[in-house]
Design a binder for this molecule. Structure first.
Ligand code: FES
Length: 138
């Protein structure tokens, strides 16, 4: 299995690892098949994601994709974060082996999960905005 330089870099030197104590949205998602879990913390000011941190208990690709996902949404609007696809995460990492694509789905779902929590905390039903968050089935 071949990993790109970027995947190896984000695995060995992940960006934005940790927790945000006064986060505005926190999401946790797991993949029942592989047992990996991601927890995503977002700080949101107005419509902008001012900070994002994560903790991932999982494979190297799960660490690399969550690291890249936080980099891609930091400083962006909530709308941009909602549009983040797992393909965008994979592309930003210069690709992933096919058996590891589901790890990028987990990263996308972790972001959506945290946004869903953000709306819930605001007293807004997240489902019409974020959709139902399901665990990746692959
Ligand atoms: Fe489970 Fe990578 S093997 S997220």
């Amino acid at each position: 299995m071949q990993y790109s330089e970027k995947v190896l870099d984000h695995f060995s030197n992940p960006r934005n690892v940790g927790e945000i104590e006064d986060a505005d949205g926190v999401g946790e998602i797991g993949n029942a098949k592989c047992g990996d879990i991601m927890k995503m913390y977002l700080k949101i000011d107005g419509n902008i994601i001012t900070d994002a941190k994560f903790k991932t208990f999982g494979c190297g690709a799960a660490v690399a994709t969550s690291s890249m996902a936080t980099e891609l949404i930091k400083g962006k609007s909530i709308d941009d974060a909602l549009k983040l696809t797992n393909q965008a995460v994979v592309e930003a990492l210069d690709g992933l082996p096919p058996v590891k694509i589901h790890c990028s789905v987990l990263a996308k779902q972790a972001v959506r999960c945290a946004l869903s929590d953000y709306y819930t905390r605001q007293g807004i039903d997240p489902v019409p905005i974020v959709g139902e968050i399901r665990e990746p089935e692959e």
